[in-house]
Design a binder for this molecule. Structure first.
Ligand SMILES: Cc1cc2nc3c(=O)[nH]c(=O)nc-3n(C[C@H](O)[C@H](O)[C@H](O)COP(=O)(O)OP(=O)(O)OC[C@H]3O[C@@H](n4cnc5c(N)ncnc54)[C@H](O)[C@@H]3O)c2cc1C
Length: 382
């Protein structure tokens, strides 16, 4: 018999979430290469919940996550996981089509979003330039996420259910025999598990290769973010997040400062991503074309890897060719806002069950998540 039912590789939001769900009824170990969980992409997000963001599968998982965010299990978090923010999608005259696509995507998924007049948009965010702004769409229910609260909540829940978290435990070898998997770690130790769950973020393709799985075409794309100071005395806390309709930049209030991003997507190998001075300058320039944002200095900046497959949907399911190897990858720029529903879906599929009915009701299907959809030689059933 193996020591564990599930060995989860990666303790970011994906690994933590599935660990919390699986450990209620199974022996779970979570293996994290770094000193602390959340060091990579999970600790570097913009912490936004926008149900209008991403493709149809992402929007469905985001909406299906809302109930958990609003009412997590007893003792999960010490305060609210979501706080109201609102999201204002803005467009110049030449971006009318992109804005219409945002609106149509939201309407198609039942996400409340409505056109606002230029005056209403300026009232929501007074620094927008009236001569540049042509049209805007407002998503009133967009929220700020307490990412640390969610991540730590998942980890605490897993620990209470006897899941074991091992940090400084990089998985370097995966071998399968008739009983299950043997995992070798960087420190020379080994452990055994029935199922390996690959929640390794930007490294998921590399971990797949360790297991002998075919590539899923995962592309880690670097995204830069920064904190810009805001003059004291001018209240900005109630401003919405402002997102360019073509996603060329976004900014939002963050504890009296401005969090901004050029929404860059630079291909990168999996690594500890760092911001580039040029991307910071591009961000400031793009925002200053649309808004009167004085920038004397950058308080701090960072970058993280958002990992996508070709259709920009998440990859959740057993590998079709490698027995006992389960993918939880490709969360892209939406891994936090989709985490509660994605974790429940992943746990159900990893146990061989159907997707929970309340989540399927949002239009989430196993076929749309399956790694098999990325391999044209495999037929994917609807
Ligand atoms: C600038 C930026 C803004 C973003 N904004 C948002 C947002 O507003 N809303 C939103 O929902 N999402 C946002 N995201 C995306 C979100 O952060 C990611 O989708 C999510 O964090 C991915 O989580 P993960 O657990 O898959 O990856 P990670 O957090 O990277 O975790 C993977 C872990 O696996 C570990 N690992 C890798 N290989 C091994 C190995 N061999 N052995 C052991 N451990 C291993 C790594 O050390 C890492 O800790 C943003 C991302 C960025 C960069």
């Amino acid at each position: 018999m193996t020591e564990y039912d599930f060995a989860i590789i990666g303790a970011g939001i994906a690994g933590a979430g599935i660990a919390a769900e699986l450990s209620a009824h199974a022996r779970v170990v979570v293996l994290e290469a770094e000193d602390a969980p959340g060091y990579h992409t999970t600790g570097r997000s913009a912490a936004l919940y926008s149900a209008a963001y991403g493709n149809a599968t992402i929007r469905a998982l985001t909406r299906a996550s809302r109930a958990f965010f609003d009412a997590p299990p007893e003792g999960f978090a010490s305060h609210d996981l979501l706080t109201p923010r609102g999201c204002l999608y803005i467009a110049r005259a030449d971006q009318a089509e992109d804005l219409a696509n945002v609106e149509a995507g939201a309407a198609g998924s039942g996400v409340p979003c409505h056109r606002v007049t230029r005056e209403e948009a300026l009232a929501l965010c007074p620094i927008l330039k009236p001569d540049v702004l042509d049209a805007a769409v407002f998503e009133p229910d967009a929220m700020d996420i307490d990412v640390n609260g969610l991540h730590q909540g998942f980890l605490r829940m897993a620990a209470r259910q006897s899941a074991v978290l091992r940090v400084r435990s990089q998985v370097t070898v995966l071998e399968r025999d008739g009983i299950g998997w043997t995992l070798a770690l960087g420190d020379g130790t080994t452990l055994t598990a029935q199922v390996v769950v690959n929640a390794a973020g930007a490294w998921a393709e590399a971990v797949g290769a360790l297991a002998g799985a075919r590539p899923i075409g995962l592309a880690p794309l670097k995204r830069t973010a920064m904190i810009l100071p805001w003059p004291a005395g001018i209240a900005i806390g109630a401003w919405p997040a402002v997102i360019d309709a073509s996603e060329d930049f976004y900014f939002k209030p963050e504890a009296g400062t401005i969090l901004a991003s050029p929404a860059d997507e630079t291909p990168s190998p999996p690594l500890d991503a760092a911001p580039d001075e040029l991307d910071i300058a591009i961000c400031i320039d793009r925002i200053q074309q649309a808004a009167d944002l004085p920038v004397q200095r950058v308080v701090r900046s960072w970058a993280g890897l958002r990992s996508f497959v070709a259709d920009r949907g998440p990859v959740i399911g057993f590998d079709h060719a490698v027995e006992g190897f389960f993918w939880v990858a490709g969360q892209g720029g939406y891994g936090i806002q989709t985490a509660p529903a994605a974790a429940r879906v992943a746990a159900a599929l990893a146990r061989g069950e159907d997707i929970p009915r309340d989540i399927a009701a949002f239009g989430v299907s196993a076929a749309a998540l399956s790694p098999a959809r990325l391999d044209r030689s495999v037929r994917v059933d609807a």
